[in-house]
Design a protein around this ligand. Sequence first.
Ligand SMILES: [Zn+2]
Length: 160
Amino acid sequence: MSSVICGECGSPCVLADSTVVYRGRSRGKIWICSRYPSCDSYVGVHSNSRRHAPKGVPAGPYTRRARGELHRFFDWLWKEGIIDELMPGTKRGNRRRKAYLWLSRVLGIPEGDCHISYWHGDRCYEVLEIITKKLEESGHIRKRSRPYARKNTGRRTDGD
Ligand SMILES: [Zn+2]
């Protein structure tokens, strides 16, 4: 039995090739719920990990979508250099690490606990609201213009 546990139903997960979920196209290995497809839950694997370390907690469609939306917002912060304006003068590794440090401070949690891929969908949408408000206050996002923080519409999508 594996030590990777499904975040949806608590069942053990198994290592599989992602062709199982991506209609024949492989994007590397995944940890997938042993109850798949009745439990549609999985997570990617760190490609450089010899022991196939999971990238987070295996999750269903709602949480995968929410993590994806939060990540688009978060990545925008550091890829576009906005994080440098949010944390002027902070000499702290690269922009991505700086963005995680910023997020952990905004949320008031330890930096080591700040991992989007470990959060449930509801938590992701809550965090999206918090950082959207922050960026509205700082003037980086116009009010009611939330290109990266679309609410879940309940539509089903094909995973991430
Ligand atoms: Zn499951």
